[in-house]
Design a binder for this molecule. Structure first.
Ligand code: HEC
Ligand code: HEC
Length: 318
């Protein structure tokens, strides 16, 4: 994915303004000279910096991770329970991979909300009508947990940091669900970044993760280890911060420090908050800020109790 024309245009602009600096420098008219040198000089710097940035971004975008993130040659054979779990979990994908936020995951134009002409970026069609029909199960699993495309390049915006913790059994259930969806046409167009997109690749949008050798299954039970697993894969850290000490989610709302809040709650208060949105103090959670309804649909009582146990046991810290 290299925008040769875009790169050439930016380079030419840098050279052209550089040439104007030289011309202005030779001007007899003092005002023209300094306006020209400073104005064209600044533009030369801007386009030269943009060219270098776009070149680095292009290299990042095309970097190949096949060596560091090998594909496992697993063939998914999911039990009905695994498949059902995969379908439940797939709802967390629907916010991006579906136009109406519902299953099936028929893809969505991710770029259309972004007012910058960076190229084409869809959250791809993940039904059997999409590209992944030609991917092995191992390649799909790698894309989900490690953020690497079949081609070996890093994926853009795909939140593999949140899915990185998925156990082998759970990610296989998820892939089994993807394969079981109806084939919804049309397929989504391939990702393509122009020179502006290449520049943006320097801002942390590439989401590739370290390789996972094997991730053993964790039994669903009321213990802190399973609770931590749920906090990881349900994306709590994406909003409440890496250590759950508070943060700002992608939706822009400040999310409180859970290490200070939950140790003060009883298990019952915690379950009530997730099942009804009602907080101990009497306030009601706003689902647009904190998507408790989605979590409540996903989580069993065992899940919520495990999550509570884990969060309740955290040492309060700032
Ligand atoms: C925040 C938005 C977002 C969420 C949530 C998300 N994805 Fe993605 N995903 C993307 C984008 C954008 C791409 C395309 C990235 C690219 O081409 O570089 C992508 C690419 C993929 C790919 C590669 C497919 C292809 O044809 O290239 C797979 C597989 C995938 N996602 C699976 C999932 C699954 C499974 C989930 C839920 C567990 C999920 N994604 C959740 C945004 C998201
Ligand atoms: C999309 C961002 C987002 C995600 C994901 C998220 N939260 Fe929240 N959470 C928030 C925001 C924002 C608030 C504050 C809501 C408000 O002010 O009404 C909040 C509030 C809460 C509260 C109430 C705290 C209080 O002081 O009353 C609890 C408990 C909570 N979140 C737990 C969790 C857990 C556990 C997870 C993971 C399963 C999670 N959240 C995932 C954004 C998020």
């Amino acid at each position: 994915m290299i925008d040769f024309i875009g790169l050439a245009v930016v380079l030419l602009l840098a050279v052209a303004f550089g040439y104007l600096v030289k011309r202005a420098w030779g001007s007899k008219n003092k005002i023209l000279k300094w306006v020209g040198v400073i104005g064209a000089g600044l533009l030369t710097l801007v386009f030269a910096a943009a060219f270098i940035g776009a070149l680095v971004g292009t290299m990042r975008l095309n970097a190949n991770f096949n060596a560091s993130n090998p594909v496992s040659n697993v063939t998914v054979q999911a039990t009905p329970e695994q498949l059902a779990w995969g379908e439940k979990y797939a709802k967390f994908c629907a916010g991006c991979h579906s136009g109406n936020q519902q299953l099936p995951l028929s893809g969505n134009n991710f770029g259309k909300e972004i007012p910058i002409p960076f190229g084409t970026l869809y959250a791809p069609n993940l039904t059997p009508a999409g590209d992944i029909k030609n991917w092995t199960d191992g390649e799909v699993i790698r894309a989900i947990r490690e953020g690497v495309h079949k081609s070996g390049r890093a994926l853009i915006i795909m939140p593999s940091n949140e899915f990185h913790a998925l156990s082998d059994e759970d990610v296989q259930g998820l892939v089994a669900y993807l394969r079981s969806q109806p084939a919804v046409e049309p397929n989504t167009p391939p990702t393509n970044m122009n020179v502006i997109g290449a520049l943006l690749m320097n801002t942390g949008l590439l989401t590739n993760q370290p390789h996972i050798e094997d991730a053993p299954k964790l039994a669903a039970a009321v213990n802190a280890e399973y609770g931590k697993y749920l906090a990881d894969i349900m994306g709590c850290r994406g909003c409440h911060g890496e250590k759950l000490t508070g943060g700002t989610g992608f939706n822009g709302f400040p999310a409180p420090n859970l290490t200070e809040v939950i140790p003060q709650w009883t298990e019952e208060q915690f379950l009530t908050a997730f099942r009804t949105g009602a907080l101990p103090g009497g306030a009601i959670l706003d689902n647009a800020k904190m998507p408790y309804k989605e979590f409540s649909e996903f989580a069993t009582d065992t899940d919520l109790k495990a999550l509570y146990l884990y969060l309740h046991g955290l040492t309060p810290s700032k």
